[in-house]
Design a protein around this ligand. Structure first.
Ligand code: AMP
Ligand code: MG
Length: 400
């Protein structure tokens, strides 16, 4: 059986091989937060657009202390002075006010004494003091944002400064989560014998939304071939990405694979040399991507993180931000799995200058609480014996 398993890297490569950006749309800046930019943004003009003051004070010709200069006008932010400046005069100026023609510096108001419509300069001022040059922040025509970046508050501010009111962003993928299992009950529903609450539904919805997808409410499917096929058929018609939890193993009540085959979904892979997450299934019908994730909640979250999350990012043209620290040392020894790489949920802490990854409690795939407070996934390669404490491990972000 283990011959059929592919590595995590191979599985991810196959996913990314078919997950292409969905297309683009124009959105107003107000609605652009967290969207992925699809076209570079260049500055429409210089920013600041004109030389202006960095301080509240007086625009003057630079020179020594001890000069008396007549105040001949005012330049406020938004209202430039109509008066030009001579050697013996000063123009009151606010932060952001345009530097009047003739001025070569600004003297801050705390460095002058005001007397009868004139100022006495109490400090020497050099050419350029407290001036902001036009284009200091952005030069007209300069590329400010690159396609692929996720638009946070800073990117939105920079885009507006650059002159944009709308941005071209990638379309968000629509996601339908389907949870299979006769045993599943809705959150809070009283449990009968053998029943459990559907924790995967809300988790997978939240994870998809956190990656920028539009996730409808998760649906439950009974372990019945016809019902599974009907549920999958509607999801395939409606969504860009279908995520099925459970029912992809080899049990007599696992109907997902045959149902998908019946609906013309082509298998790309089934089973990965990964613990937890071995039964992971991936396929597609046309441009619709279908993930069959194992039902155990920890397996579902880990496999979402390793395979679905990168796909949702790729569908939106998102450029991956590498982790600041992609490696750590193991805090405690971990028994290896002979055939499968392990994705261990770890807490991260710094000890003696080293980033230490400690397994976050029991690692069995049904222990949802092992996800609480976990900072990352650490990878323990397949092999014999233990990977000892202090060994280097690769890290990957664990989405929240
Ligand atoms: P399966 O992958 O369907 O064989 O399910 C594996 C294990 O995960 C079983 O113990 C299921 O009861 C459990 N499980 C399946 N789906 C869910 C779910 N949506 N929420 C919580 N546990 C689940
Ligand atoms: Mg099941």
């Amino acid at each position: 059986m283990s011959a059929a398993l592919i590595t995590i890297a191979e599985a991810r490569e196959r996913v990314l091989g078919v997950a292409h950006p969905l297309g683009t749309e124009r959105v107003a800046i107000d609605g652009a937060h967290d969207r992925v930019l699809a076209e570079d943004v260049t500055a429409n003009g210089n920013v600041p657009p004109f030389p202006c003051s960095a301080m509240d004070g007086y625009a003057i010709v630079h020179g020594d202390a001890g000069r008396t200069l007549t105040v001949v006008g005012e330049s406020r932010a938004g209202t430039p002075s109509a008066t030009a400046l001579g050697d013996a005069s000063a123009i009151r100026i606010s932060t952001g006010g345009a530097i009047p023609p003739g001025a070569t510096a600004v003297i801050p108001q705390e460095n002058v004494e005001v007397r009868d419509g004139a100022i006495l300069t109490q400090a020497a001022v050099m050419a350029g003091d407290h001036l902001r040059e036009a284009g200091e922040d952005m030069r007209s025509g300069e590329t400010i944002l690159r396609a692929g970046v996720t638009l946070g508050a800073a990117e939105m501010g920079a885009a507006v400064s650059a002159g944009a009111a709308e941005l071209t962003v990638y379309r968000r993928p629509t996601v339908q989560v389907l949870c299979t299992g006769d045993e599943l009950r809705a959150p809070g529903e009283p449990l009968g014998p053998g029943e459990i609450h559907n924790s995967n539904g809300p988790m997978l919805e939240a994870l998809a939304a956190a990656e920028g997808a539009i996730a409808g409410t998760a649906l439950r499917l009974p372990d019945d071939r016809a019902a599974t096929e009907a549920g999958l058929a509607s999801a395939l018609d409606a969504a860009d990405v279908v995520i099925v939890s459970g029912g992809v193993s080899v049990g007599p009540h696992d109907h997902v694979k045959p149902a998908l085959a019946g609906l013309g979904v082509e298998e790309v892979f089934w089973r990965v040399a990964l613990q937890p997450g071995k039964p992971t299934w991936f396929g597609r019908r046309g441009a619709v991507l279908v993930f069959g994730l194992p039902g155990n909640p920890v397996s579902a979250v880990v496999t979402f993180s390793l395979f679905v999350r990168p796909a949702l990012a790729a569908l939106q043209g998102r450029t991956e931000q590498p982790l600041l620290e992609p490696e750590a040392v193991l805090g405690t020894a971990v028994r290896r799995n002979p055939d499968r790489e392990q994705a261990v949920r770890v807490r991260l802490e710094r000890r003696d200058g080293k980033l230490v990854a400690t397994p976050n409690g029991p690692q069995a795939s049904h222990i949802v609480t092992s996800l609480l407070g976990a900072d990352a996934l650490a990878f323990v390669p397949a092999g014999e014996g233990e990977l000892e404490a202090g060994a280097a491990v690769a890290l990957e972000r664990l989405p929240r």
